[in-house]
Write a protein that binds this ligand. Structure first.
Ligand SMILES: NC(=O)C1=CN([C@@H]2O[C@H](COP(=O)(O)OP(=O)(O)OC[C@H]3O[C@@H](n4cnc5c(N)ncnc54)[C@H](OP(=O)(O)O)[C@@H]3O)[C@@H](O)[C@H]2O)C=CC1
Ligand SMILES: O=C1O[C@H](COP(=O)(O)O)[C@@H](O)[C@H](O)[C@H]1O
Length: 513
């Protein structure tokens, strides 16, 4: 099929204003084919198909318009694929009829990732579906989700471009969703970007970072820019330090081979935590249009200073190399604390402490903004703790503010307490969507706000590549830590040196209903 001019992508994610583009002629309806490449794999069964099922159940994938196609090299029948994924969709719930109907929407095509034959067969199967839905040529929508190792992105994109691109002159489109890790360093990411960029235009490429689909990450812009409270406080005059933390209480769990090639900085910090960092640190965009938001993200990334070796702590949990897919002498960090410093008027001197680790003592992701001490404090509160604004991304989503209040009672003494917005309590009955669900819906609607733009990705790699190369060359020390611990003690020491003051004797406990 011949390709035609690409349509401008459009979607209003905030109902009061279309943040995307000016072209209102792109239809949100019509024949839609979702093609999951790498359908036999781990991500597809655990995340992609379950997200599609949830969208289907909520009516976002109408069965008269939508078909789903799995593609991979493994020889499978349609039913084999359905059987493989069934268990990941039902979660023991009694949704039998819905599930069967959804599974019937799925077809499977087997083929190589670099050969014409398979992609021609895929195109034929998709085309048959488009004909069966009486879709007008040029109006069909094709979404290719690459649940594949990045090594095969270039040949796969080439095959899609050559054999599976639909005509799009009547509002149809072809879009590509790519997963992280997008490259291993600046040079490889740029090479990959160029290879894909030669085949598809930027508005067709959706670089997924699933943290951008999390409810509380999406709330960051609203919190910062829709509340008067924070506007005057959000700067170096008031904020002492910011922590962005990811902790998992399990190890690499069967993904050791993949993980060892990448390490915790490429797996979590360079993408997930850095995206959160951008939303915390960037200036106010001129509107909520995706390009305006992404412009600001790029600017703050460009203001990050080179990382100093003395502001990095690396760790590896004991037992990591026991995984047979991990080399015995691996130096790959499973834990890292890295301090980023921003050279601009708002943030000069404020450390942004990005910390991520596997096999630690708890599972959580949060942003902790610690304020400076009260000047001329007449209550001697510094001894009790500083004001903190905490955004708990997961689990138990919450936003809370740690503050000092009078201890209730006859005495005039102070105590640490909190203003607490716990989602489960405040929004009981509301189901928070899975990140992948929301992001796939965005790709269908053409909203790139929560996806990583090419220049953003380049800046992200610019920041971390020198450090990553030093680690790869074995020039940085990796401390061993016990699984189930807080990580290397050096990380806590670095935190203290950066100015973080821990509140002793106070722990926020998520309220229960
Ligand atoms: N799994 C997860 O939780 C997450 C994964 N990701 C990313 O998503 C993508 C897919 O991940 P995941 O599903 O775990 O990967 P898998 O290793 O399960 O690979 C997916 C499929 O790709 C094919 N494949 C595997 N290795 C190769 C290879 N060397 N050359 C060609 N084809 C290959 C296999 O299909 P077949 O042999 O049938 O062709 C496999 O079923 C990756 O980029 C990953 O980093 C991102 C976040 C989380
Ligand atoms: O991308 C990845 O994310 C998961 C953690 O995701 P979360 O949504 O459960 O926080 C991580 O386990 C994995 O190593 C990494 O590749």
């Amino acid at each position: 099929m011949a390709s035609a001019a690409w349509s401008i992508e459009k979607r209003a994610s905030f109902k009061t204003e279309s943040p995307v583009g000016d072209d209102d002629n792109v239809p949100d309806t019509g024949c839609l084919s979702i093609i999951v490449l790498g359908a036999s794999g781990d991500l597809a069964k655990k995340k992609t198909f379950p997200a599609l099922f949830n969208l289907y159940r909520q009516g976002f994938l109408p069965p008269d318009e939508v078909h789903i196609f799995g593609y991979a090299r493994t020889k499978l029948s349609d039913d084999d694929l359905r059987d493989r994924i069934r268990g990941y969709l039902s979660h023991g719930k009694d949704n039998g009829e819905e599930l069967s109907k959804f599974l019937q929407l799925i077809k499977y095509v087997s083929g190589a990732y670099d050969a014409e034959e398979g992609f021609r067969a895929l195109d034929k199967t998709i085309f048959e579906h488009e004909v069966s839905t009486k879709s007008t040529e040029g109006s069909a929508r094709r979404l290719f989700y690459l649940a594949l190792p990045p090594s095969v992105y270039p040949p796969v994109c080439k095959m899609i471009k050559l054999y599976c691109t639909n005509k799009s002159d009547l509002g149809g489109w072809t879009r590509i969703v790519v997963e992280k890790p997008f490259g291993k360093d600046l040079a490889s990411a740029e090479q990959l970007s160029s290879q894909i960029g030669e085949l598809f235009d930027e508005p067709q490429i959706y670089r997924i970072d699933h943290y951008l689909g999390k409810e509380l990450v999406q709330n960051l812009l609203v919190l910062r820019f829709a509340n008067r409270f924070f506007l005057p406080l959000w700067n170096r005059d008031n904020i002492d330090n910011v922590q962005i933390v990811f902790r998992e209480d399990f190890g690499t769990e069967g993904r050791g081979g993949y993980f060892d090639e990448y390490g915790i900085i490429r797996d979590i910090i360079q993408n997930h935590l850095l995206q959160v960092f951008c939303l915390i640190a960037m200036e106010k965009p001129i509107s909520i249009r995706p390009e305006h938001i992404r412009d600001e993200k790029v600017k703050v990334l460009q203001s990050v200073q080179p990382i100093k070796e003395e502001e990095v702590v690396l760790g590896q949990y004991e037992g990591y190399t026991a995984d047979p897919t991990v080399p015995d002498n691996s130096n790959t960090p499973t834990f890292a604390t890295v301090i980023l410093r921003i050279h601009n008027e708002r943030w000069e001197g404020v450390p942004f402490i990005l910390k991520a680790g596997k096999a630690l003592n708890s599972r959580k992701a949060e942003v902790r903004v610690q304020f400076k001490d009260v000047p001329g404090d007449i209550f001697r509160c510094q001894k009790q703790g500083r004001n903190e604004f905490v955004i708990r991304l997961q689990p138990s989503e919450a936003i809370y503010m740690k503050l000092t209040v009078k201890q209730p009672g006859l005495e005039m003494s102070t105590v640490q307490s909190e203003l607490d917005l716990s989602y489960r309590q405040r929004y009981s009955g509301v189901t928070i969507p899975e990140a992948y669900e929301r992001l796939i819906l965005d790709t269908i609607r053409g909203d790139q706000q929560h996806f990583v733009r090419r220049d953003e990705l380049k800046e992200a790699w610019e920041i971390f590549t020198p450090l990553l190369h030093r680690i790869d060359r074995g020039e940085m020390k990796t401390a061993l830590y016990k699984p189930g611990s807080r990580g290397p003690t050096e990380a806590d020491e670095l935190l203290q040196r950066a100015g973080y003051v821990q509140t002793h004797g106070y722990i926020w406990i998520p309220p229960t209903l």
